[in-house]
Ligand binder design. Structure first.
Ligand SMILES: Cc1ncc(C[n+]2csc(CCOP(=O)(O)OP(=O)(O)O)c2C)c(N)n1
Ligand code: SF4
Ligand SMILES: [Mg+2]
Length: 317
C-alpha cells in the first residue's frame, strides 16, 4: 500500500524526459509518458491521498500506467476496466477512482460498458489514451482512426469511418466531456484536476502519440497544428445546475462543435460540464442501500461479527 504522498512526482514534463526513454515500459517518444506525468501532477495537484486513490486499467500499452504511479492499481481485462472501477467506487465511495486505458479498450471491445457508464453516472474518471491504433498488438486500426487514414499495419487506407467518442459520451449521459493531447502536460494536468474534482462520471479523451505505429496522425507537431483551443468565448460549463434549458443548450453547443470538426481541425478543452447531483451512489443512498465498506464486519477485538449461516444455507441444494 502506498503511504508517501511525496512519492507522487510533481515535476512538469520536458521533451527530454519523453525522448530519454525514462519509462522503459514504452517506446522512446511515446505519448503515454506525457500522460503518466500529467496523471501524477493531477493527483498531487488535486491533493489526493495515495492510499485512497485507485487507478484501474484494461490491456494495452496505455494500460501499463498503473504500474508507474504510486497509488493503488488494478490492471484488469481488455475492455473491462469500467465495470471494475464502478465496483470499486460503489464498494467504497471514499476512494477516488481513475481509469487509464486505450481507445481500443474503451471504444472498441469495451464500447458497451463505455455507453452504459453514462446511464449510471458513477463518480469515476475515465482517461482514454487515444492513439487511433491497437498499439500493443502491432498497430491495427482502432475505432477512432479516420476513414482513409493509412497506418503501418493496414495494407490499404482505413475502409471504416471513425466514431466520435465525445459525441457518444454526451448523448450517453456523461456530464464532463473533455479532449486534450499527450504532449501538452500542462493542459492535460489542468483538465484532469477539474475532472477529478467534478462530482460524477468524467471523460477525458487524450489524443496520444504513438511514434511506432501511428506517427502520421499522432506526432507532437501534428497535434499542435490540428488540435486547437476552443473558439473564443466558448463556455461549456453549466452555471445553473438545475436549469435544464441551460443544460440542453450547452450540450447542443458541444455537439454542434463536434459535428463541424474534421480530423484536421479538432478542439481541445472542456466541451461540456454539468455538476449533476444524480450520481449512482446518490440513487443507492436514496434507496437506503449502504456501501459494503460501511458494514461492520468485526467487533473491537477484531473478531468477525458476520453471520454466514443464512448465506451458506441458501447455497444448500
Ligand atoms: C479479450 C481480449 N481480446 C483481445 C486481446 C488482445 N489485445 C490486447 S491489447 C489489444 C488492443 C489494445 O489497444 P488499445 O486499447 O487501443 O491500447 P494501446 O495498446 O493502443 O494503448 C488487444 C486487441 C486481449 N488481451 N483480450
Ligand atoms: S507501440 Fe506506440 S503506444 Fe505502444 S509504447 Fe510504443 S509508441 Fe507507445
Ligand atoms: Mg490505442
Amino acid at each position: 500500500m502506498p503511504t508517501d504522498v511525496n512519492s507522487i512526482e510533481k515535476k512538469q514534463v520536458t521533451m527530454s524526459s519523453l525522448t530519454s526513454n525514462e519509462f522503459n515500459d514504452w517506446c522512446s517518444g511515446c505519448g503515454d509518458s506525457g500522460i503518466v506525468l500529467a496523471v501524477k501532477n493531477a493527483i498531487a495537484g488535486a491533493g489526493l491521498d495515495p492510499n485512497k486513490t485507485v487507478i484501474v486499467s484494461g490491456i494495452g500499452c496505455s494500460s501499463k500506467l498503473p504500474h508507474l504511479v504510486n497509488v493503488n492499481g488494478v490492471h484488469t481485462l481488455h475492455g473491462r476496466p469500467i465495470p471494475f472501477a464502478e465496483g470499486i467506487k460503489l464498494a467504497n465511495p471514499e476512494l477516488t477512482v481513475i481509469i487509464d486505458s486505450g481507445d481500443g479498450d474503451t471504444y472498441g471491445i469495451g464500447a458497451g460498458h463505455f455507453v452504459s457508464a453514462g446511464r449510471r453516472n458513477v463518480d469515476i474518471k475515465l482517461f482514454v489514451h487515444n492513439n487511433e491504433v491497437y498499439a500493443l498488438t502491432k498497430g491495427q486500426a482502432s475505432p477512432t482512426l479516420p476513414e482513409g487514414a493509412k497506418v503501418k499495419a493496414l495494407p490499404a487506407p482505413n475502409i471504416n469511418g471513425a466514431l466520435d467518442p465525445l459525441a457518444i459520451a454526451l448523448m450517453a449521459g456523461y456530464n464532463f466531456v473533455a479532449r486534450t493531447q499527450s504532449y501538452n502536460v500542462k493542459e492535460q494536468t489542468d483538465i484532469m484536476i477539474k475532472a477529478i474534482k467534478h462530482k460524477g462520471l468524467a471523460l477525458v479523451d487524450i489524443h496520444q502519440g504513438c511514434p511506432t505505429y501511428n506517427p502520421e496522425f499522432t506526432d507532437a507537431a501534428w497535434f499542435k497544428q490540428h488540435l486547437i483551443p476552443l473558439p473564443e468565448g466558448y463556455d461549456g460549463i453549466v452555471h445553473d445546475q438545475s436549469d435544464m434549458k441551460e443544460v440542453n443548450e450547452k450540450k447542443l453547443q458541444a455537439l454542434n462543435l463536434l459535428l463541424n470538426e474534421t480530423p484536421e481541425k479538432m478542439y481541445s478543452g472542456i466541451l461540456f460540464q454539468w455538476e449533476n447531483p444524480d450520481t449512482f451512489e446518490d440513487r443507492l443512498i436514496a434507496r437506503g442501500i449502504e456501501p459494503p465498506m460501511s458494514h461492520e464486519i468485526s467487533d473491537k477485538d477484531g473478531k468477525s461479527t458476520v453471520d454466514l449461516t443464512k448465506v451458506l444455507g441458501d447455497l444448500d441444494v
